[in-house]
Design a protein around this ligand. Structure first.
Ligand code: TRP
Length: 331
């Protein structure tokens, strides 16, 4: 049976953190076996905020190295950089002719960005969902792993696909659906006592943090008073620390700390030391691979070139089919 196609994209802004790892990246490594997986770094989408060129280039490089360090295997999946595949831009142009100002202006992410950067409401920002649809539809991807904030964009990609098929009386484009990961979704809490780990929240452990940085960050994590009554309910900051412990430690250790909580003998210093050691066990091998990968310009460029080459063969077909039904062809 043909494997279903899964496409995942990430914008090139800053380093990946533990939340990215447990929330998505670790699944990607497993998905490689079961699906026809394609992963890319969306550097055009990063341009909507007009980043400093060297910074953008460095961000693409570090995410590529982080993906490889975490176990994405360019032999098993297609791994590429968006801007290395010019066909996407052509598909974007074609799709733009069926994307309406009204629907683009109504997009939640667009309205938010326009509010945040009122002096830079550029056309790229407005048509962001069309470019994203081009990313997806060119692959005829069945599934896209997305967070809640991207569901609307994915719905728009579905609309664009259906609209195109309907308008031209064909079944050419495949409407994409959210990829549902198996089991409970993993939410990695932040170190600030509430919510989830996120770059904009500034409560992250990055995959390339060194051991001392991890220890320092975990040491500073928010706690409160130790319990005085046996089996007290846990406050959010403490429950968050236990969530982290469960992610990075073994069952016996978790039981040991749970018992210590229940009989009020717990010491947060010990708990934090255990969490820090657990995190270090998870990320240190990735960091080491990351460092040598990041420095290996030839290898990274080779991965980019090979990835783009394979993707271009696939998406060229979609582009040619689209052009054909639209009447863009030789006589
Ligand atoms: N908009 C996505 C984000 O900000 C990134 C992205 C761009 C994407 N194109 C995509 C994700 C295609 C999945 C598929 O997270």
């Amino acid at each position: 049976m043909e494997k279903k196609i899964v496409l995942s994209g990430i914008r090139a802004t800053g380093h990946l953190h533990l939340g990215n790892y447990y929330g998505a990246l670790r699944n990607f490594v497993e998905m490689q076996q079961e699906y026809d997986c394609r992963y890319f770094i969306a550097d055009y989408h990063s341009l909507t905020t007009q980043p400093e060129p060297e910074l953008l280039n460095g961000n693409v490089r570090s995410i590529l190295a982080e993906y490889l360090a975490a176990g994405l295997d360019p032999e098993k999946c297609m791994l590429y950089v968006q801007s290395d595949v010019p066909e996407t831009c052509e598909i974007y142009t074609l799709l733009n002719m069926h994307a309406y100002l009204g629907e683009l202006e109504k997009t939640v992410a667009f309205k938010e960005k326009a509010r945040k950067q009122p002096n830079n409401v550029n056309a790229g920002l407005l048509t962001y969902p069309v470019l994203m649809a081009a990313d997806i539809l060119q692959h005829k991807a069945h599934f896209v792993p997305v967070g809640k904030d991207q569901l609307q964009h994915l719905e728009m990609a579905r609309n664009f696909a259906n609209r195109f098929n309907h308008y031209y009386g064909c079944q050419l484009l495949v409407p994409p659906y959210p990829y549902e990961a198996k089991g409970e979704p993993v939410k990695v809490p932040g170190l600030d006592g509430s919510g989830k780990m996120g770059k904009s929240e500034g409560n992250c452990i990055y995959l390339n943090d060194d051991d001392r940085t991890v220890e320092k960050k975990v040491k500073k994590a928010v706690t409160d008073m130790t319990p005085t009554e046996p089996c007290s309910p846990m406050s959010e900051p403490i429950a968050n620390l236990f969530t982290l412990l469960r992610l990075v430690s073994d069952e016996a250790t978790v039981t040991q700390f749970t018992d210590a909580w229940n009989d009020c003998s717990i010491r947060y210093g010990d708990l934090k030391r255990e969490i820090a050691q657990g995190i270090i066990r998870v990320i240190a091998p990735m960091r080491e691979r990351y460092e040598s990968l990041y420095a290996d310009t030839d290898y990274l460029n080779r991965v980019r070139r090979d990835g783009a080459e394979r993707v271009r063969v696939e998406v060229r077909k979609t582009l040619d089919e689209m052009r054909h039904v639209m009447g863009i062809r030789f006589f």
